[in-house]
Write a protein that binds this ligand. Structure first.
Ligand SMILES: O=C(O)CCC(=O)C(=O)O
Ligand SMILES: [Fe+2]
Length: 249
């Protein structure tokens, strides 16, 4: 059994200093067994749970949003334990050990998880995650490393052609993006079989990586990579609430 990795004393210790405010990277967020358990759960989901998109496939938990609104429903236990619990146990600052990354979000916890799966050569077009969510995304990566490209915008609002920052996400790592990095920048994953030109000058989280030695000649071959992105959807409606109104009449 590989041990469950310790939680950092504070997110301040794992801040990606080269990024705009704020990005955090924890190379060892879950253990090998936890990674395997999660991949088994994801594979065991009924086939209709998967939405096949042009260049990746997607599961949405507990359900899709309708007009930026989530129908209130608890996340299944396997998505809460260990990831969500550990996210809330990670102090945002040493000054306030009770604070965590969702302390100031509407529900003080994530209520929504997207599971994206990419084969080598697949990716996601640069985009922003939008206003449905509180501006915090916690991404746990499983199976393979890949690079997340971060783009700025030009004065006329168009996207810059070249990424301004590159973040390498290793298997079992956690990446948190918040604030300006969430609201003002776009992120995407290139459709390549291999990430290239990786080094201390090109990878923003280089000093926080677990295994930079696996990168040979600046290259890393991709295999199947699955990501879980935890967020807090701002608007939540209760189905029971509506029935209660009907019940009264
Ligand atoms: O798979 C990832 O790391 C990114 C996914 C993403 O950007 C999204 O679901 O909005
Ligand atoms: Fe996204």
């Amino acid at each position: 059994m590989s041990p469950v990795p310790p939680i950092p004393t504070s997110l301040e210790d794992v801040r990606i200093k080269l990024l705009p405010a704020n990005g955090y990277y924890i190379a060892d967020f879950i253990s090998l067994e936890e990674e395997e358990g999660l991949l088994n759960k994801i594979e065991a989901a009924p086939k209709p749970r998967w939405k096949q998109l042009a260049h990746r496939r997607l599961q949405t938990w507990p359900s899709d949003l309708t007009r930026d609104t989530l129908l209130q429903c608890l996340l299944p236990k396997w998505l809460v334990e260990p990831i969500a619990t550990r996210l809330l146990a990670c102090p945002a600052s040493t000054a306030d050990p009770q604070s965590h990354i969702f302390s100031t979000s509407p529900h003080a916890a994530p209520n929504h998880v997207l599971i994206n799966q990419y084969q080598p050569g697949e990716g996601i077009m640069p985009h922003k995650d939008g206003a449905a969510y509180h501006p915090v995304v916690c991404t746990v990566s499983l199976g393979s490393s890949l690079v997340l490209d971060v783009y700025g915008t030009n004065e006329d609002g168009t996207r810059e052609t070249e990424p301004r920052f590159r973040i390498l996400q290793e298997p079992r790592s956690l990446l948190i993006t918040t604030g300006e990095l969430y609201t003002d920048y776009l992120h995407g994953i290139a459709e390549v079989h291999e990430d290239v030109n990786l080094g201390p000058d090109t990878v923003s989280n280089w000093d926080l990586l677990r295994s930079p030695e696996l990168i040979v000649d600046g290259k890393l071959q991709r295999s199947t990579r699955t990501s879980l992105t935890y967020r807090d959807v701002k608007k939540v409606v209760k189905l029971g609430g509506k029935f209660a109104i009907f019940g009264k009449s």
